[in-house]
Design a protein around this ligand. Sequence first.
Ligand code: URA
Length: 439
Amino acid sequence: MNTAFNFIDLIIKKRDNKTLTTDEINYFVKCAVDKDFPDYQISSMLMAMFLNGLDNRETADLTMAMTNSGEILDLSPIEGIKVDKHSTGGVADTTTLILAPLAASCGLPVVKMSGKGLGHTGGTIDKLDSIPGFNTEISSSDAIRLVKKNNIVIMGQTQNLAPADKKLYSIRDVTGTVESIPLIASSILSKKIAAGCDALVLDVKCGNGAFMKDFNSAMELAKTMVDIGESVKKKVIAVITDMNEPLGKNIGNSLEVMEAIEILKGKAEGRLKEVALELGAYMLILGNICATKEEARTKLEENIKNGKGIEKLKELIISQNGNPEIINNYSLLSLSSCKKEIISEQSGYISYMDTYNIGKAASETGAGRKTKDDKIDYGAGIILKHSLGDKIEKGDVIAEIYAKTKEKTENAAKILNSSIKISSEPFKTRKSILKVIGA
Ligand code: URA
C-alpha cells in the first residue's frame, strides 16, 4: 500500500466531490485505527464522505478495508453455508431469538455474532444476558465447537472484530455523520464479513423508529448493501420491514425473551413472528436448505408446531451455561417490581406510535443504556397491550411499565403518553414486510 499520501490532500479531494482510489481509502482506514492520528482529520474526512457520498466501488473498498482492519473469523471447519442475519436496529425487535434456533433446527449452521443495545434500540446480547447464567463471551474456537455440536451459537462481538468500524462509528456518533448510506452500509457489512459469514440476510428497518425513516432511503440502503455484497462475493438479501410501531409487544430484555419463547412454543402470533419467519426463510434459502420461500416458511412453521424450535433454544441455553428452566418458568427471569399502567383516556383507534420515543421510554425504565458503560436492569421494560390500528375503549390499559423505582415508571409514562395517539377514525396499518431486494 502506498503510505505516502498527504491526508489533507485526501480530505480536499473528497471535499471537492472527487472519487478516492482503493489505495487512498485503505490509507484512510489505516490512519483511522492509528491511535496517534488526529481524530479531527478523520472527522473532517467523514463529513466530506457524508456530504458528497461514496460510489459503490469506494463503498466496497471501505467495507473491505474495515473488515481487514482486525480479526476475520474462519468458519471453514463448520460444514455448510454459514448464513448470518443483521437488523439495522429497531424497537422490540427480538427476531434473532426466534429465527436463530428455528433455522438451526431446520439444519442450518447458525453462528450469530450479536451486539448490545444502545440508545433507543435493544441488543440481542443484553436479552440473552438476562437469562440466568447465560454466557455470551465465547471465543472463536469455542463457537466452532458449539456449532459443530448443536448447530447454533450466539455470541458477543470478539474484541478485535473490525476495529476500524468501532473507531469510525464512535467518531460518527458525535460528529453528525451517522445517517449516511455508504457509511452505514460499510459499517454493517464490514462486521458481518469479518464474522465469517458466507451469505447474509439483512433486516432494513423503515419508519419512525429506524435510522431510515422513509421508504426511498431504506430502499437505497438495502440496494447499496446487496450490491456491495455482490462485489465482495457474498450473497446478500435485504428485507425492508416496517418500524412505524414496535415489532413485538414486549420491550425490555427478559420481557423480550419471554415473548420469543411464547412464539417458539406456538402460543403467540403477530408481526414479530411474521418478520422472524420471513427473515428465517431467506436464511434457509441462502443456506441451500430450502429451494423456495414457501417451502422454507412451511418448514419453519412445522418446527414451531413439532417443538423442534423451542428444543433448539433449550440446547442453546444449556450449551452456553444458561438455566433452561426459564422456558417453562418465567418467574426465573427478572421482572422489576414497580409497575404502572397507561390507561386510555378516550375511545378510538390507535393512529400513531412514535416508535423512537417508545424505545426511549423503555430505555428510561432501565432496560437500555444511554452510554455504552451504563448498567441495565434486565427486568425493566414495557408491555404494549395494543398495536397500531387497534380499536380501544376509554379506560383500557394501553401499556404496562416495569422499573425498579416509581420515579422511573413515571418518567417512562410521561414519554409513552405523548408517543401514542388515538383518533376517532379507523387507521389502516401498512404491512410488516415492505420489500425484498436481492432474492
Ligand atoms: N448499525 C451499524 O452497525 N452501523 C451503522 O453505521 C448504523 C447502524
